[in-house]
Design a binder for this molecule. Structure first.
Ligand code: CO8
Length: 260
């Protein structure tokens, strides 16, 4: 697929996916959502790629939300369909078997904040601004924000953002656990790369199962979640990576994981 609204490249095991509509602060129209889905499906099946950095083009914005011009044309039935279809794409990202890092380089609002919430980690530049401003438009978040935000930052803080529509800066996002790290704008991508490269040095099967345990487990009761964890923990013991990792520790050397 040729992308109209995304930049896509892979380098040194990392896929760089950049939402590229800078004239509208990288707002998400349906075409962009569809392209994101295609890019993530390609990365999922590419064994040369170990992780993804998702960002926005330009210095001003990660993603300033759903495209309001496109939203304004919708009626209740297509708005619901748009919400469900978009939620499925964010589900693909959240349950991605490889780590996905949002590099938040400016406005991260509405559907943009929801996109970042579906990523596994968020690194924010000092100029990032996070918010769920949908109430200003007379609507609520429709791409998982009412569900993922409270799970990440707690109900009270999520409700404050969702009901006031106020924006918070990168430091406040870091303080409440919405951002994992805050960096200078020119160090944003390298900080995300450092995170991914650290993960690439670990047992690949364990990384994949760790993602599955956390992402799937969050949707279960505690008892079901710890059962899932025990099953996946046991599965690790069938891998060559586990034998290599434990052996390397005992031999006081670095492990040479094969991802098997
Ligand atoms: N949609 C469409 N166009 C946008 C959007 C947007 N979300 N955000 C900015 N733009 C456009 C502006 O219209 C403007 O275009 P033009 O130059 O033609 O006038 C251009 O981008 C630059 O924007 P501004 O001039 O407004 O830039 P400022 O620096 O003055 O302000 C802001 C930046 C504060 C980010 C401001 O643009 C703004 O408030 N934008 C809207 C933010 C917003 O409300 N986002 C939430 C949208 S609703 C939503 O996301 C619901 C998600 C539901 C999920 C559905 C599935 C995806």
């Amino acid at each position: 697929m040729t992308y109209e609204n995304l930049l896509f490249e892979t380098k040194d095991k990392i896929a760089y996916v950049t939402v590229n509509r800078p004239k509208v602060l990288n707002a998400l129209n349906w075409q962009t959502m569809h392209e994101l889905q295609d890019a993530f499906l390609n990365v999922r099946d590419d064994s040369e790629v170990g992780g993804v950095i998702l960002t926005g083009a330009g210095e001003k914005s990660f993603v300033a939300g759903a495209d309001i011009k496109e939203l304004a044309t919708k009626g209740p039935v297509d708005a619901k369909e748009f919400s469900i279809a978009s939620q499925q794409i964010l589900h693909l990202i959240e349950h991605f078997p490889k780590p996905v890092i949002a590099a938040v380089n400016g406005f991260c609002l509405g559907g943009g904040c929801e996109l970042a919430l579906a990523c596994h980690m968020r690194v924010a530049s000092e100029n990032a601004k996070f918010g769920q401003p949908e109430v200003n438009l007379g609507i609520i978040p429709g791409n998982g924000g009412t569900q993922r935000l409270p799970r990440l930052v707690g109900k009270g803080r999520a409700l404050e953002l969702i009901l006031t529509g106020n924006m918070i800066d990168a430091q406040e996002a870091y303080r409440i656990g919405l951002a994992n790290k805050v960096t200078a704008p020119n160090e944003l991508i390298s900080t995300a790369e450092d995170l991914l490269n650290t993960i690439f040095g670990k047992g690949p099967v364990a990384v994949k199962l760790g993602l599955e345990a956390v992402n799937h487990g969050m949707e279960l009761t505690l008892d079901e979640g710890v059962q899932l964890e025990a099953n996946l923990f046991g599965l690790c013991f069938s891998t060559e990576d586990m034998k290599e990792g434990t052996q390397a520790f005992m031999e006081k050397r670095k492990p040479n994981f094969q991802g098997k």
